[in-house]
Every structure is written in C-alpha cells, then in structure tokens.
Design a protein around this ligand. Structure first.
Ligand code: FES
Length: 107
C-alpha cells in the first residue's frame, strides 16, 4: 500500500491508500476522487487521467515512455516537467507519500 494525495484544482485534497500494483489512476477511480476521468480505462489513449506531479516527486517516478509523452500533447495545458498520465504510473511502496494535482479540466 502507498498513501497518495490527490489535490483537486480547487485545492480540495484527498488522501487514500492505494494497493501496490494498481495504477495511480485506478487509485483515484476506485476511491471516487473527482478530476481524473480516465475515459480509455488506462490504455494510454485518451490523456484524461492527466495530473501535475508535486515537485518533490519528479525524480522519484519512473521515466515516461514515448507513448505517454505523445499522449500528453493532447492533455489540457501539459507541463513538460510535471505532467504525467496516472494510468501509466504503477503504485509501489516507493511511492508512499506521492502528491499529484489535477489540472483545471481534462482536455
Ligand atoms: Fe486514458 Fe490514462 S486513462 S490515457
């Protein structure tokens, strides 16, 4: 399990425990957290699971694959450093404490 903090664009924060092996997107979806839509169900084909990763975590996440980089071009106001697609981040114990912020809207 890893404790993950999801912060909505309005500033409302949700702290949940997510099982290892799930994705950060699944952790939001399964806990009913608004702001991550995940229209494609995690296939890296929609970019509606976009978040901005807290600066302290940027170097601690696995690198983006080419497909994720490409799909981020379709996200709402992507940031080259901080933007990630949550369906492409698998939760491990090392991600305990991760903080992500939702964009103003998805696409
Ligand atoms: Fe569609 Fe992540 S859920 S790209």
């Amino acid at each position: 399990m890893a404790k993950i903090t999801y912060i909505e664009h309005c500033g409302k924060s949700h702290v949940v425990e997510v099982a290892t092996g799930q994705t950060v997107m699944e952790g939001a979806r399964d806990n009913g957290i608004p702001g991550i839509e995940a229209d494609c169900g995690g296939a890296c084909a929609c970019s509606t699971c976009h978040v901005y990763v807290d600066g302290a975590w940027l170097d601690r996440l696995p690198a983006k694959a080419m497909l994720e980089e490409d799909m981020l071009d379709f996200a709402h106001e992507p940031d080259p450093e901080r933007s990630r697609l949550t369906c492409q981040i698998t939760v491990t114990e090392a991600l305990d404490g991760l903080v992500v912020r939702m964009p103003e809207r998805q696409i």
